[in-house]
Write a protein that binds this ligand. Structure first.
Ligand SMILES: Nc1nc2c(ncn2[C@@H]2O[C@H](COP(=O)(O)OP(=O)(O)O)[C@@H](O)[C@H]2O)c(=O)[nH]1
Ligand SMILES: [Mg+2]
Length: 251
């Protein structure tokens, strides 16, 4: 089984077509069933109602009564998927804002099955494109990439912050066993970096496939709080540098 976890906050306008596209890819390209788990993080709009209208054995809605942030929503979604998953299943996370193309799922899954523990849809691999993102946001992501590649390199990783990823169930289980809920200790957008740094401590094998990011499809503004994300990410980088120094892992 393939689980697709969608953290969603006020995505009523795009959540229905996104789920339908995922179903279409699943029908055309996968022999095994795909289960979509939407975590509605206290949306003020109709996100939950739209998902409920589609609910069936392959589409599940989980709700937070109040908004708790991207990290908490990803945690809820991953834990729910792990409750339902077999050891050889796969869990994918992706943005629910219709900028991550479900058509990339088959390539991500086959790359994972080729012996990797984590596959990242990356803006920094040959063949990747970013359409419609503001230069400021591109600059921030690129800055993040270089900061981490220099200070906290992880073999196989260039895109530390993209939310479109596939994970082996086994590696996520090990992470939750080791850290419990602290596996994802960041409630905001820096959770994406947090997850990778922790999985690297478990020696997870990670690789990337090129992403065409369709940011022009985005309706409304990004929900990322830039200053908060930068602050939290730098704090995280510092924590991990200390950890690596203590454990003599050379950077
Ligand atoms: N659960 C949850 N999801 C959020 C929150 N803020 C944003 N998201 C979701 O996280 C994903 C990334 O947010 P998005 O606005 O696309 O950020 P961007 O793509 O980096 O500009 C989307 O699926 C959002 O619906 C939040 O507070 N809680
Ligand atoms: Mg997005």
């Amino acid at each position: 089984m393939i689980f697709v976890v969608l953290p969603a906050y006020n995505e009523a306008e795009v959540i229905t077509p996104l789920i339908e596209q995922i179903r279409a890819v699943a029908r055309r390209r996968f022999l095994e069933p795909v289960k979509v788990i939407v975590v509605d993080d206290g949306s003020a709009d109709d996100t939950a109602a739209r998902v409920r209208a589609l609910e069936d054995e392959h589409t599940l809605l989980v709700q937070h009564p109040h908004n708790r942030g991207l990290g908490e929503a990803i945690k809820t979604g991953l834990l729910r998927a792990l409750e339902l998953a077999n050891p050889d299943d796969i869990i994918v996370t992706m943005d629910a804002d219709n900028t991550h193309t479900p058509g990339l799922l088959p390539r991500m899954i086959s790359t994972l099955e080729g012996g990797n523990d984590v596959v990242i849809a990356s803006r920094y691999q040959p063949g990747a494109r970013v359409v419609g993102l503001s230069p400021w946001r591109e600059f921030l992501s690129a800055g993040m990439r270089w900061l981490f590649q220099i200070l906290l390199p992880i073999r196989g990783v260039r895109d530390y912050s993209c939310g479109y990823r596939a994970y082996r169930v086994e590696i996520l289980r090990r992470a939750f066993e080791r850290w419990g809920e602290d596996f994802i200790s960041q409630s905001g957008f820096s959770c994406m970096v947090d997850i990778l740094l922790k999985l690297d401590r478990l020696n997870a094998i990670m690789t990337e496939v090129p992403l065409v990011l369709h940011y022009e499809n985005k309706i409304g503004k990004s929900k990322m709080k830039v200053a908060k994300t930068i602050r939290e990410t730098l704090r995280l980088a510092w924590r991990e540098r200390l950890y690596r120094l203590r454990h003599r892992k050379s950077a």
